[in-house]
Design a protein around this ligand. Structure first.
Ligand SMILES: *[C@@H]1O[C@H](CO)[C@@H](O)[C@H](O)[C@H]1NC(C)=O
Ligand SMILES: *[C@@H]1O[C@H](CO)[C@@H](O)[C@H](O)[C@H]1NC(C)=O
Ligand SMILES: *[C@@H]1O[C@H](CO)[C@@H](O)[C@H](O)[C@H]1NC(C)=O
Length: 345
């Protein structure tokens, strides 16, 4: 479908907010206030975007994001932190090298980072027009399973996917495992969070069980939330572009297996995951979700929000708190991990 066709559909069916914006990289390091709070270093390397108050502690009772003085996100009221693991290439001699990131389509000048979506409705189907609730201060969540090494483990999560991009704008087909061939333009990972909240807990011991998928169907099909998790939230989605191009000229495994490895050792791809700490100021996110804005063309105007330039986003950055090599050719992944493959078929 063409962009212009999509726009025409939106004009015909108001009341469907889909906001897409970018956040440049804030820092890449082993810090994880959600899963390993207070621990420096945390278990594995992450790339983090968002407000610059990000640190290892982030006490939920303190609304830490509000202490930020800048954000790497386009919306100036978004001091949330969004993060994922990072990707490494494993050479045939067993050494690892970190895969750099790129800004996404339309955000080419960004210093790496993540593209964030908040959706009130399906992207391509404007049929539904539903109210979704923004998250509350102190809210955080996690999606995925770092121990997953089989498609059965991964299937518990909906839509944590990979696209092998042969062109810059290619978005399909999506796979649940790492691509096993050379992708001309890089690999895109997409992470979609669950969309039903229990309405009570800002977090849970596994950082996941206060959220749920719809009882039947999907968020996009308007599937109802289960009684245990009755509050329908916006769909949060991340897109990350991994610049794998430079590794296409190196030697790849002769058995046809994939040479990419997540920073915690997963070489199957099934353990991709995402972390989210809400940090929008006041009602800024709800204002956006209540509009009928479409992508980044009019969302800030309709919601009375301020957006900053990519140059400004890139200016916000954090020093690493740890002095360890994460970018050279490494004998082991930071934290001591080696590539782990799934059970052999
Ligand atoms: C994190 O930030 C809080 C609030 O500014 C501060 O009290 C704490 O010492 C910081 N922790 C670390 C590990 O930097
Ligand atoms: C391993 O292979 C990579 C890629 O060819 C090379 O750059 C690196 O120097 C090698 N490392 C060692 C220890 O030989
Ligand atoms: C994560 O995967 C591991 C490994 O298969 C499995 O034992 C565990 O039950 C999974 N956890 C969840 C929450 O699915």
């Amino acid at each position: 479908m063409h962009w212009t066709t999509l726009l025409a559909l939106v004009l015909a069916a108001p009341g469907s907010a889909v906001v897409r914006f970018h956040c440049s990289q804030l820092v890449v390091q082993r810090v994880d206030p959600l899963v390993d709070p207070g621990q420096i270093p945390s278990s594995h390397v992450h790339q983090i975007v968002g407000g610059n108050s990000f640190n290892a502690t982030m006490d939920p009772a303190k609304d830490m994001p509000a202490e930020s003085t800048c954000t790497t996100c386009q919306f100036t009221e978004d001091f949330s932190n969004y993060w994922t693991a990072v990707l490494y290439f494993r050479a045939q001699n067993g050494s690892y090298k970190r895969v750099p990131q790129l800004g996404n389509n339309q955000f080419e000048k960004a210093r790496g980072g993540l593209t964030i979506y908040y959706m009130q409705d399906a992207i391509y189907d404007q049929g539904q027009s539903s109210k979704v609730t923004a998250f509350k201060p102190g809210f955080r969540m996690f999606v995925g399973n770092v121990s997953a090494r089989t498609i059965t483990d991964a299937a518990r999560y909906r839509q944590l996917t990979y696209v092998c991009m042969d062109t810059w704008t290619q978005r399909a087909p999506e796979t649940m495992a790492f691509p096993t061939r050379k992708c001309k333009e890089g690999i895109m990972t997409s992470i979609r969070f669950p969309t039903c909240w229990d309405g009570k807990n800002l977090d849970s011991p596994d950082h996941s069980s206060h959220m749920s998928y719809p009882e039947t169907g999907t968020f996009e099909s308007g599937g109802p939330c289960p009684a245990t998790h009755p509050v329908r939230t916006g769909q949060v989605m991340y897109e990350v572009v991994w610049d794998t191009k430079q590794f296409n000229d190196l030697e790849w495994p002769a058995d046809g297996s994939n040479p990419f490895v997540w920073s915690f050792g997963d070489a199957t791809g099934y353990a991709t995951h995402g972390d989210y700490v809400f940090g929008w100021k006041g009602d800024a996110l709800q204002r956006i979700l209540d509009t009928s804005c479409w992508f980044n063309t009019n969302c800030h105007k309709e919601s009375n929000s301020v957006v900053q330039s990519v140059e400004k986003m890139n200016e916000c950055a954090q020093e690493r708190v740890l002095d360890e090599d994460i970018d050279g050719w490494l004998d082991a992944l930071p934290g001591g991990y080696q590539a782990q493959y799934g059970p052999s078929a």
